[in-house]
Write a protein that binds this ligand. Sequence first.
Ligand code: SIN
Ligand code: MN
Length: 251
Amino acid sequence: MIQGELFDGASGGASGGAVSGGSSGGGERPARSEPAPGAVLLPGWLDLDAQRRLLAACREWARPPAGLHEVRMPTGGMMSVRMVSLGLHWYPYGYRPLAEDGTPVKPFPPELGALARRAVAEAYGDGPAGLDGLDGIAGAASYEPDVAIVNHYAHGAKMGLHQDRDERADAPVVSFSLGDACVFRLGNTETRTRPWTDLELRGGDVLVFGGPARYAYHGVVRTLAGTADEALGLVGRLNVTVRESGFGLRG
Ligand code: SIN
Ligand code: MN
């Protein structure tokens, strides 16, 4: 059993399974905000049951072969997050069919695609100010995600400012957060420098960035240790980004 490897969850015993779920619950937090044009934050969009299902699925995806691994940057240093890819294996900076250990990457689960499609519909469907709803955001109306990257942030891990530009499609990226909260820096599309907005992403939050925000620089400045809902049994922070690769995986 390698549960200790899988984010140290005290509850353990994950059996994988469906990742469907999502709710528009969220208690006292605002239902949504738009930190930048094209970027929509849906706080608490995943209720505790949906978070549990996604965590259980992440634990299954993290198992070898093609499981959780460290990432070496072209500069030689190691990233502080550990990753698992689905659909295609992401490496800095590209996608390929074989995972870090040389085995085929795990398939992209259709339930995860359906969950991300619902998030895109909810984020843009009402027509944020200045945009024309789903039709005003590139790739939103026909969103067909086919790849995902799971990042695990142990205490102290972070991610430098970067653009997601290894995909060949400009459809939105959907980001699901579980466990500890983090300070997420949403920058501009031109430079790694200001202006930027720092957002707190908490477990259960969903952030969708598409249209004019699709190529915004972004990163994780720090995680806030110990802020995870203890009921989840996750140590650290998990983030799942769902994307459309544009590599024609769906024929
Ligand atoms: C990423 O940019 O790939 C991950 C962002 C996050 O962890 O919230
Ligand atoms: Mn990114």
